[in-house]
Design a protein around this ligand. Structure first.
Ligand code: PMV
Length: 326
């Protein structure tokens, strides 16, 4: 095999109905379904080159050699691609994000979605969208949702074959925008891989899971109907339920900063005044503030004066993972 390379870009996604906890950690089968939107303004770009001459895999992240643990995770993922292709060759992986690293924006979803497409293409495979989503799932669960375009649902499935994500609506369906309030943070949060394994230690996880299919159905319909008020209430509730599980696991995981809570109290008050806005938080202190594109200037104007808000990143819905030729 000669040198074969390929480059792909992918967007991270924000979950409206969250995934927290697995029913099978080896296969990354989630305990419940989830629903998200790709973030079109944020991009990971990844180049993969397989070559017979390479003695080992290597990984350059944002122009610097990656930490050994990150390389190990990528190498394990490439083993799966090599097995699919029946090829022994190692690879050079070069990946850059156009969004600030260390600001608490999880990049694993866009990283493994881009890596899945770049690596499979470079090695000569042509998986369909569902197979690519299944593959990305092994890198990081939420990465399966960064493969299809727009508003995306991850079907939890019972086996490897039926646990993948699919589009429920294209990016142009609804002019929803994520205004991410990046907070000054003193803490380095526990990563989601470790966090998922703690979910079952919370007595609240069964109750959260019991209501998850209904919340997902309500949220899916609210997106399809562009019904902001129904959407806002279910999205905030689902985020709060996930954080209740996190805070009551053993050991407990406290992802919020004081300013996270302040915003969580303030945003529903803005909504009560008539501004269409709601919040959701992932495994970190940053507050994802969802609104319609016409209200972005107003939302930014209200968020920026909070002393702990470092900056506000704004993103509309984004497309699917895709190959780039330049
Ligand atoms: O895919 P992971 O392991 O990074 O987990 C993502 C977990 C949350 O972001 C907190 C929720 C979600 O559904 O994206």
């Amino acid at each position: 095999m000669p040198d074969f390379f390929s480059t792909a870009i992918a967007h991270p996604n924000i979950a409206f109905i969250k995934y927290w906890g697995n029913r099978n950690n080896e296969l990354n089968l989630p305990a419940s379904g989830s629903l998200s939107m790709n973030l079109g303004a944020l991009t990971t770009r990844t180049m993969v080159r397989f070559a017979p001459s390479l003695a080992a895999d290597s990984l350059i992240l944002n122009d610097a050699p990656a930490q050994p643990l990150a390389l190990e995770r990528v190498s394990r993922f490439l083993d799966r691609v090599r097995e699919l292709a029946g090829t022994p060759y190692h690879a050079v992986v070069t990946s850059t994000n156009n969004f600030p690293t260390g600001a608490g924006i999880a990049s694993s979803a866009s990283a493994f979605a881009a890596l899945s497409l770049a690596a499979t293409t470079a090695i000569g495979l042509q998986p369909d969208e569902a197979s690519l989503s299944r593959l990305a799932r092994y890198g990081s669960g939420s990465a399966c949702r960064s493969v299809p375009t727009g508003f995306v649902e991850w079907l939890p499935g019972d086996t490897d074959a039926d646990s993948f994500a699919r589009t429920i609506a294209p990016p142009g369906h609804w002019d929803l925008v994520d205004c991410i309030a990046i907070l000054h943070s003193k803490h380095k949060p526990v990563g989601s891989t470790a966090g998922h394994r703690l979910a079952d230690t919370s007595p609240f996880q069964p109750a959260r899971l019991q209501g998850a299919p209904t919340r997902l159905a309500v949220c899916r319909q609210a997106i399809l109907d562009r019904d902001f008020n129904t959407f806002a209430k279910i999205v905030e509730r689902d985020s709060n339920l996930m954080h209740a599980v996190m805070m009551t696991s053993i050991p407990p995981l406290f992802y919020w900063e004081p300013a996270s809570l302040e915003l969580m109290k303030t945003i529903p008050a803005w909504r009560a005044e008539g501004l269409q806005v709601c919040y959701t938080l992932d495994a970190g202190p940053n507050v994802h503030v969802l609104c319609l594109s016409k209200d972005v200037p107003e939302v930014k104007k209200r968020l920026e004066p909070f002393p702990q808000v470092q900056r506000v990143l704004v993103s509309p819905p984004g497309g699917a993972v895709q190959l780039v030729t330049d």
